[in-house]
Structures are given as structure tokens and as C-alpha cells.
Design a protein around this ligand. Structure first.
Ligand code: HEM
Length: 331
């Protein structure tokens, strides 16, 4: 009980910082509003927040892998054609069939939420908003309080193409490639370092890591990796690794959404080459250092998630509200 109260107090303290930071952002630090709002469904579907939260929390309680899955789902939705739920569509050549999305999951949670929302307020809440809300609620389950606020009012896109997923950054990218990928979506260096902090939870397939450990049949460890950590990676990911083998992205506190990702980076314990790349540029390394402070990390993550959630959204009369998230409406 005392532990839970301690967490509640700390979440409240983070929120105080977020409120100050977001207030300051009114001076123009954030992009102009694309037509989203807090409580967009206040009159049209007043129970949307409680419905999304209760379904998500029930599913996360039964499956601790879901916070990572749902947070990544939102990122992969927003980076390809904007936050329009295009990743959810089930066509033969749709985004979810592309290699970077083969290890993405959480779709069944979105379906369960949509089913309940269609009963409560038919044809009102978009799948794109459900993805954004479920990501927030899944991550927040651990704290029983929201770690960031989510604007709503997104509408669903009409198309999904595997060939568009080249917009997703590669885990083997160097610093310049990462910066370019984020800049193309209107996100800056701070957003890159802050949002990479999502890798404080979740897992990576060994295939995303083994090129840093082996070359052909020989061991060939990336010199930017701590040697004891590299040995741990090698025991999780032998050469060759079974295709189902995975490794925690945060080797110290894999289930906790915390600032340890940045401490790991400073200790040369970033799992992906793209994580380590953030220590190879002086300005990025300074931000990594700042974000080892948990209060700064939670405040910054909240602001960068808001920016990510605004990428190329469809609002107003654009797009549609899908009746079910895996298919566009037929009429
Ligand atoms: C900076 C560029 C990024 C790269 C190159 C990258 C790449 C990856 C890769 C390769 C994986 C493991 C996939 C696998 O091997 O199965 C992964 C997992 C993950 N990524 Fe990223 N990512 C990036 C940014 C982000 C951002 C911005 C977010 C969210 C805001 C995010 C959230 C996650 C999460 C939560 C997981 C764990 C997924 C799970 O456990 O199922 N990533 N990422």
C-alpha cells in the first residue's frame, strides 16, 4: 500500500512538471493544432476514456507484454502515412504484412475496445484514437494514473500499403539516419532521444540484435557494447538464434516504464544499434544525460508523444470512422 501511494505521489509530481512544461509550450514550441482536442468525444461518447481504460487494463493484467506492443503499434501507425489506423487494415499488401511490422502486436486489444465502443456509441470513435488511447492506458497501468494526455479527434484513413513502411527507422540506422527519419515527420532531435525512451519496456527479436554480436559463424561484438552486457545478449541470442528468441530492450527493469533506458545507454547497454547511436552525437548525448532524471523524462515524453500523435492526422470531414478497425467501411 505504502509503495502504491509512493508511486501515486511521484506521478502527481511528474504531472505538475508536465503542466508547467506544456503551459510554456503555448508560446509556440508545439506545432499548430491539426484539429484535435482533449475530450473531443465529451458530448458524443462521454464514456470513451473509461471504456478504453477498462478493456486495456483488463488485458494488460493478463498479459504484461501488451504495454510494449501497444506503444509500438501507435508509433508504427503514426510514422507511416500519419496516425490514421492504416496499420490495422487487413488487406493482402497492407502495412502489417511488411517486415518491420511482422513483430508488431496488440491488434486484438484494439478490436476488443472497438467492439465495446460500437455498442456504447456506434460510429463515433475512430480506430486511430483508440490506438493512441490504448497505448497511453497500457503503459499507465503500472502506475494506475495516466503518464500523458492524449488529444482525440483523429479520423481513420482509407488505405494501407506495405510499400510505405520504408518510413520506419531501421534498428541498424546511425545517428544521421535516425535524425532524418524523425525530421521527415516534423520531429526534432529532442523528440528522437525522448521517444526512443519507449525502449524502457518491451522486447526485440534476436535478429534485431545479432548483427552487433556475430559475423557469420564468428563472434564479433560491437565495441560500443559493454562486454558483460554483450555476453548477456549472446546468452539470450545464441548464433544462430531460434526465430522466436527475443531480448529485453531494457536489460535492467524490462517491465517498468522508467528512466533506466538512459542510464543503460550511458553504461553502453543499449540493445539496438539505433539506441547506442544516441550516445554517438554530442548534442544527443547531452539530452540522454538530462533524461536520466526521471522527472525530466516523464515531462519530456508527454510532450513528444503529443507531437507524435499529431503526425499527418485526418480531422474534420477527412477520412472516416471505421465500423471495425481491420477494414474500411464499404458504403
Ligand atoms: C528511434 C528509432 C526507432 C527504431 C530504429 C526502433 C526499432 C525497434 C525495433 C527493431 C524493435 C524490436 C522489434 C523486434 O525486433 O521484434 C523495437 C521495439 C519497440 N519499440 Fe522501437 N524503434 C524506434 C523508436 C521507437 C519509438 C519512437 C517508440 C514509441 C514511442 C518505440 C517503441 C517500441 C516498443 C515499445 C518496442 C517493444 C515492442 C514489444 O515489446 O513488442 N520505438 N523498436
Amino acid at each position: 500500500m505504502g509503495r502504491e501511494l509512493g508511486w501515486r505521489w511521484r506521478v502527481a509530481a511528474w504531472w505538475a512538471v508536465v503542466a508547467v512544461a506544456v503551459g510554456g509550450a503555448g508560446a509556440g514550441l508545439l506545432e499548430s493544432n491539426p484539429g484535435l482536442a482533449y475530450n473531443f468525444y465529451q458530448t458524443t461518447c462521454p464514456n470513451v476514456d473509461s471504456i478504453v481504460r477498462s478493456v486495456t487494463w483488463a488485458q494488460v493484467a493478463a498479459n504484461p507484454a501488451l504495454p510494449g506492443r501497444l506503444l509500438r503499434l501507435h508509433f508504427h501507425d503514426c510514422f507511416v502515412q500519419g496516425c490514421d489506423a492504416s496499420i490495422l487494415l487487413d488487406n493482402a499488401q497492407s502495412e502489417k504484412t511488411a517486415p518491420p511490422n511482422l513483430s508488431v502486436g496488440g491488434y486484438e486489444v484494439i478490436d476488443a475496445i472497438k467492439t465495446q465502443l460500437e455498442q456504447a456509441c456506434p460510429g463515433v470513435v475512430s480506430c486511430a484514437d483508440i490506438v493512441a488511447l490504448a497505448a497511453r492506458d497500457a503503459v499507465s497501468y503500472q502506475y494506475k494514473a495516466s503518464l500523458w494526455q492524449v488529444e482525440t479527434g483523429r479520423r481513420d484513413g482509407p488505405a494501407s500499403l506495405a510499400s510505405n513502411t520504408g518510413a520506419l527507422p531501421s534498428p541498424f540506422a546511425g545517428f544521421n539516419g535516425l535524425i532524418q527519419s524523425f525530421a521527415a515527420r516534423g520531429l526534432n532531435l529532442t523528440d528522437l532521444v525522448v521517444l526512443s525512451g519507449a525502449h524502457t519496456i518491451g522486447k526485440a527479436s534476436c535478429s534485431s540484435v545479432t548483427p552487433r554480436l556475430y559475423q557469420g559463424n564468428s563472434t564479433n561484438v560491437d565495441p560500443l557494447l559493454d562486454s558483460a552486457y554483450a555476453s548477456r545478449l549472446m546468452s539470450s541470442c545464441p548464433n544462430p538464434s531460434p526465430s522466436s528468441a527475443t531480448v529485453d530492450l531494457d536489460g535492467s527493469t524490462p517491465l517498468s516504464f522508467d528512466n533506466n533506458y538512459y542510464i543503460n545507454l550511458q553504461n553502453k547497454q543499449g540493445a539496438l544499434a539505433s539506441d547506442t547511436a544516441l550516445t554517438q552525437n554530442a548534442a544527443a548525448a547531452q539530452i540522454v544525460n538530462d533524461l536520466t532524471n526521471p522527472t525530466k523524462f516523464y515531462a519530456a515524453f508527454s510532450m513528444s508523444m503529443k507531437k507524435m500523435g499529431r503526425i499527418d492526422v485526418l480531422a474534420g470531414s477527412k477520412g472516416q470512422i471505421r465500423k471495425q478497425c481491420r477494414a474500411v467501411n464499404t458504403s
